[in-house]
Design a protein around this ligand. Structure first.
Ligand SMILES: *Cc1c(COP(=O)(O)O)cnc(C)c1O
Length: 387
């Protein structure tokens, strides 16, 4: 370890989101089915790419810094948020929006703004999106994790409440939840929502709605009355723009002002801003892929339900989560082996918290995934057990 580096960073590993980065050279030529990162399987339509190329040619000056205030994009986002939640046109405006280089940047900005200097810890309910804990650790911020129901993945909010009432040092300053949760696909329940509403104003409640366009369920209207709530969204999923890195936060302007203070001045490249504006303008066209993905999701869920070895949950997002049926646990099959088997055939999925998270891909990818999963289950279980 370099002697000038913070000692707590020694235990952290570099985050490698794409599993194929760890592959041997003989595997590099495989054409991968990426069912592991919850992106849309559909690229931008050709005409939109051409429009963007033209914008780059005619409007963007490569030698100039981009717009550091993002005003046009903030306005367009506020308008989208109002319309998609059926709120009045002026419910949210540009002052309620802060835009990040992916919502990952906003998560980090929120952590910097709340917990640094030993002033706070964060609370998460696992399994959940790993980035909250990873980013907290890079900043030396303690992470308190509670569990979830193994039946419906509702967070153990009673345990969370106990932690908070024991006044840990440093205190819990932020609770992160995903609505619907990743990797488990469940939306927040009424009980979870009322617990979140009961939290005192000294605790920031972060509701990550990365999958809003799939779930069509949002708590954004709560932000109007709650200065300690913030909604995070992203262009990386239903908007089909993961390559461009855009996420946004919706909150009271006092909070967005702090987010603007701590971010880097030119965090959004000019081309990224242009891409997000174009995607918002043509969102009706982009969102035509959503019903197709939801239809495929139901097809996959029904197919997986055929296996008595598996438990598959319903999902409000563009992925599904499965675990081994309780009676097959300890039966020397592991889903980790099945994950590796699929990977060796070219289908990348995630093995998380003892289960498999499978992103809904295009119909070809999904069909290959189901065939490969069927073969893997038969291989590890014997044909008799798998159906
Ligand atoms: C995919 C995802 C994001 C998106 O992050 P970006 O940095 O905007 O790409 C955020 N939160 C959750 C829970 C996600 O699954």
């Amino acid at each position: 370890m370099l002697s000038f580096i913070r000692s707590d960073l020694a235990q952290l590993k570099v985050y490698t989101p794409h599993a194929e980065e760890n592959l041997t050279s003989t595997q590099e030529s495989i054409k991968w089915d990426h069912l592991d990162t919850n992106e849309s399987p559909f690229d931008l339509p050709e005409e939109l790419k051409q429009k963007l190329a033209l914008t780059y040619q005619k409007e963007i000056q490569a030698n100039r810094y981009p717009d550091g205030g993002h005003l046009a994009l903030k306005r367009a986002i506020a308008d989208y948020v109002n319309k998609s939640a059926e709120l009045s046109v002026d419910a949210f405006n540009s002052t309620h929006v802060s835009i990040g280089n992916g919502s990952d940047e906003l998560i980090r900005s929120l952590l910097i703004a709340t917990c640094l200097r030993g002033e706070g810890s964060i609370l998460v309910a696992e399994p959940t999106f790993s980035m909250y804990a990873i980013l907290a650790q890079t900043l030396g911020i303690p992470v308190v994790a509670v569990g979830r129901s193994p039946i419906n993945f509702e967070m153990d909010w009673q345990a969370a409440q106990t932690v908070i009432s024991q006044s840990p040092n440093p205190p819990i300053r932020v609770v992160f939840v995903v609505h619907p949760n990743s990797p488990t696909g469940n939306a927040l329940t009424e009980a979870e929502i009322s617990w979140l509403k009961s939290l005192p104003e000294e605790i920031l409640v972060v509701i990550d709605e990365a999958y809003f366009e799939f779930s069509q369920t949002t708590l954004v209207n709560e932000v109007l009355q709650r200065p300690n709530w913030v909604i995070l969204r992203t262009f990386s999923k239903a908007f089909r723009l993961a390559a461009h890195r855009i996420g946004y936060a919706i909150a009271h302007s006092e909070l967005t002002t702090v987010l603007e203070k701590v971010r880097l001045p030119y965090n959004l490249p000019a081309f990224t801003q242009a891409a997000a504006l174009t995607a918002l303008t043509y969102r009706q066209e982009l969102f035509q892929s959503i019903p197709k993905i939801l239809e495929q999701r139901e097809h996959i869920i029904q197919s997986l339900k055929q296996y008595s070895t598996l438990t598959v949950w319903s999902s409000a997002a563009n992925f599904v989560y499965v675990r081994l049926n309780q009676q097959f646990v300890n039966n020397q099959i592991s889903l980790e082996k099945i994950y590796h088997q699929l990977k060796s055939k070219g289908t990348l999925i995630r093995y998380i918290s003892g289960g498999l998270r499978i992103t809904i891909g295009c119909p070809d990818e999904n069909a290959r995934m189901l065939t490969r999963l069927d073969a893997a289950l038969k291989h590890f279980l014997g044909a008799g057990l798998s159906e």
